[in-house]
Design a protein around this ligand. Sequence first.
Ligand SMILES: Cc1ncc(C[n+]2csc(CCOP(=O)(O)OP(=O)(O)O)c2C)c(N)n1
Length: 660
Amino acid sequence: MISREKHDRMANAIRFLSMDAVEKANSGHPGLPMGAADVATVLFSRYLKFDPKAPLWADRDRFVLSAGHGSMLLYSLLYLTGYEDMTVEDLKQFRQLGSKTAGHPEYGHASGIETTTGPLGQGIANAVGMAIAERKLEEEFGSDLQNHYTYVLCGDGCLMEGISHEAIALAGHLKLNKLVLFWDDNNITIDGAVSLSDSTDQIARFQAVHWNTIKVDGHNPDEIAAAIEAAHKSERPTFIACKTTIGFGAPNKAGTHKVHGSPLGADEIAATRKALNWESPAFETPADVLEAWRAAGTRSADARKAWEDRLAATEETKKSEFTRRFAGELVSGFDAAIDTYKKKLAENPPTVATRKASEDALEVINGVLPETLGGSADLTPSNNTKTSQMKSITPTDFSGRYMHWGIREHGMAAAMNGVALHGGLIPYSGGFMIFSDYCRPSIRLAALMGIRVIHVLTHDSIGVGEDGPTHEPVEHMAALRAIPNLLMFRPADAVETAECWQLALQNQHRPSGLALTRQNLAPSRLDYVAENLSAKGAYELVAADNAKVSIFASGSEVELAVKAAAELKGKGIAARVVSVPCVELFDEQPDDYKKAVIGTAPVKIGVEAAVRQGWDKFIGADGTFIGMHSFGASGPAKDLFKHFGITVEAIVAAAEAKAA
Ligand SMILES: Cc1ncc(C[n+]2csc(CCOP(=O)(O)OP(=O)(O)O)c2C)c(N)n1
């Protein structure tokens, strides 16, 4: 039992480390760690199941600091509870270049940071994904191996962001009862009082989406503890509104926005020391307090050992499957399954839309990889993401493998990040490519974190047709290609689609997007080739001796390029075709490969039903680009391609004009 006095001193240790680190960095947010220190102390010292000696323990509780600007709260906790890779030195390096203690928590910088937070609201949705993963894996592997809570701490800002609503509505619907959200209800944001911009009744809001709601004094450890215990008994996710004072303890600045985003200053820190009766110098935690915190850090060591014993005693096949899944490794027969499928495609190359080709590839993939968690943002029949193996997940049945995310692209993408971060599952989504804009912040974070989430982005150009310009991506390929570490695939036919899926799955530390067509495409890869030709990002599809013209194209425009090359040949102009399924992978090839692919033909033409941006690396500034220069339009797809001049004739004419 932790006495009130001890609790207060433990919480104050967080407050002072946070104040001191922000002061030293002369940058950061002391207000949240000071205000939320009591909530965090109760959670970490009494309830959170974690072991700093085994930070990746698959059955640990997850803690997400959604209000990432309060990062010093998390760093203080990691240091105090005894994570070996978080030292006082690290705290002193807060916000410095190359330090683990970045301005906002960054996944991978130090153990115990479960996700990258900072963009408000993302952490809530990540946590929903983690809770989904836990529930799904408990269903699959049993509660002996998976049975943990997901806790998340958010502020007013997280709750104002729209993504929070997408996430909590889904969590309430799915009855994710092992999800507990603490709201640091301090009434303050950057501009001042919350009342400047919001008057939401948050309790009513959470009740409306079927959460269990509890209100506590966020500085009263007994009330906080009682709320957590009530949450553990709930059949729904629990929202704990914790009334707190931002910057708690600072005599002159607490309760004001002045403590939100700037150091307290030496005078105010000295006054806080006095007010909280804290005598230790900066960055020093009194021995008895550190000891209490270290004891909190060893609380779950026995539970972890017991879990390891249970895993060791698990039947061999199940055990190795569980271990493989959490290591993120694919089954050994995965590549062989794709290879067999490629052989089958070569026997009878299909004319299909790549969204359909993706479904066919997924039929093979989902047959061999039980860890895929498919889904769609309410576009299942259009995205073709649900294969025969996939039963829908429902609030009462998590034995399925298919998520109906609802019309919530942003929440979906962020929750998928949470699923991937949790481990044990590979999430892939479905959505219209145009609405990648709606989930771009989460795709960006997946890329920043280096996690494997896969976005199936169908209806990838004016090929959408009648739905018109609101639904026709134009700048999206370029915009997505601009995100570092994201692999954007735009396959040209069924074989490339299978290859791109293979690459997306093999890349354990990168997210991927697959841009897929609505309209049918003629096959461009007619012969079986064992090698994954898409792996180099771009390759010569049609060769020509002494080529005068090189045509570079991706996706649906490869078919046009191939036809144009054949016509040019008939006219005595030698033209080669390069298929470009993934610009990022091409960029990573050695220079001599890139040179060979770009070739020496004097005329270079790029074809993609999208904006030119990015294509100059293939065709040069003086190359010809056949693509989009404006928004699309509504009409049958074939009329649109003609209207916007993306045709075989246009390619041939451009080549003739320049090759002459
Ligand atoms: C999506 C997003 N928009 C804006 C910001 C910048 N920002 C950081 S903290 C903050 C205010 C948050 O207020 P609150 O959640 O109440 O935090 P507190 O003031 O209690 O620390 C803002 C606007 C951000 N990090 N993310």
